[in-house]
Ligand binder design. Structure first.
Ligand code: NAP
Length: 306
């Protein structure tokens, strides 16, 4: 593959940024990659492990001369970062982000950016429960979706170039409107995370079941919840605060369905339960057929990608 952007700046050096860096190197997609993170500790770690060609001590230094700036920070601080870098952006540069919520990012970032740059929000649908500069790996985006959310008036050439980068990183790329993105993600990611947090919280509260029993006998269902509930607290706090309406809408529907299932259990309505579980099983099959997961049994023994 060939270089798509000569200079790329990564702002925030956690799971997503570090995975993008390793995948850009794997594909030879970028000339020089600069990086910036808030804490000196993260910047030192990045220097130690060779994450970024050059780690800068300010966001302004990192974006200087960059053709592509990628905001890889929690959704709640995107606006503040945009304000910080706006004055130093190269005319003609593209600014994108990887935030899990899109309407809020657009509303908070776009007003700060000069007319001379292209703003093309994005969201890779790939992640793990790990965070920080050492958690990334080049294969994270392989065969995963990346949604681009161009704002009205986006330059098609700039969008095509960013699409080429994501394809080079291994992703399948689709364009989507911001509000629709936020609703789809509320269903597929945000509400499920909240439910996982709740279930793990319930187990924690249930003192009749001791901690050691919860850990020792954790069956696949609960263990999967704990994996999701181990995700970064700052990132997920920001997701719920910034995708409030869509998440509340989906949680409202979830609660209604939960009551219906609760009633079926109480009244012994086995047909209802069986029909419901047959329908949900088909969804799992659809995900496997779409290549978004494998059918292999994983009893918690899968190796972490290295
Ligand atoms: P992460 O591993 O926790 O890394 C976040 C990075 O942002 C860190 O380098 C952190 O710096 C920096 N940062 C935090 N607050 C900052 C501030 N106020 N100013 C400057 N830098 C700050 O996070 P991540 O998982 O890569 O997530 C980054 C973005 O990707 C989020 O918007 C998230 O919604 C989105 N996303 C995440 C996933 C996922 O599964 N994790 C998937 C898709 C999209 P320090 O290390 O110095 O604190």
């Amino acid at each position: 593959m060939s270089v798509i952007y000569d200079r790329v700046a990564l702002i925030g050096l956690g799971l997503i940024a570090s995975s993008m860096f390793w995948a850009m190197k794997r594909g030879g997609l970028a000339g020089e990659v600069t990086g910036y993170a808030r804490s000196a500790e993260t910047r030192d770690t990045a220097r130690r492990i060779g994450l970024c060609d050059r780690v800068c001590d300010s966001a302004a230094d990192a974006v200087e001369g960059a053709d592509l700036v990628i905001l890889c920070v929690p959704v709640g601080v995107m606006g503040a970062i945009a304000a910080e870098i706006a004055g130093g952006l190269k005319p003609g540069a593209t600014v994108t982000d990887v935030g899990s919520v899109k309407r809020d990012v657009i509303e908070n970032v776009a007003p700060h950016l000069p007319d001379t740059v292209h703003f093309i929000p994005g969201h890779p649908l790939a992640g793990t429960e790990h965070s920080g500069p050492e958690s990334g790996f080049a294969e994270l985006f392989d065969n995963r979706w990346c949604l681009l959310v161009p704002v009205p008036g986006s330059d098609p050439m700039a969008v095509a170039r960013l699409r080429a980068l994501w394809e080079g990183l291994g992703s399948n790329v689709e364009e989507m409107e911001a509000d629709h993105h936020d609703l789809v993600l509320a269903v597929t990611s945000h509400a499920p995370h909240l439910i996982a947090y709740t279930m793990v919280g319930v187990a924690d509260d249930l003192r009749r079941v001791t901690d050691s029993e919860v850990i020792q006998y954790s069956a696949a269902g609960f263990r999967d919840f704990t994996r999701i509930a181990a995700s970064d607290p700052t990132m997920w706090r920001d997701v719920f605060l910034t995708n409030k309406d869509a998440t509340l809408e989906i949680l409202g529907r979830f609660t209604e369905e939960l009551f219906a299932l609760q009633r079926a259990i109480r009244t012994g309505d086995g047909d209802h339960l069986h029909d419901y579980f047959t329908r949900t099983r088909a969804i799992r099959r659809g995900i496997i057929e779409a290549g978004q997961d494998t059918d292999a049994p994983d009893f918690g023994r899968a190796k972490k990608p290295s």
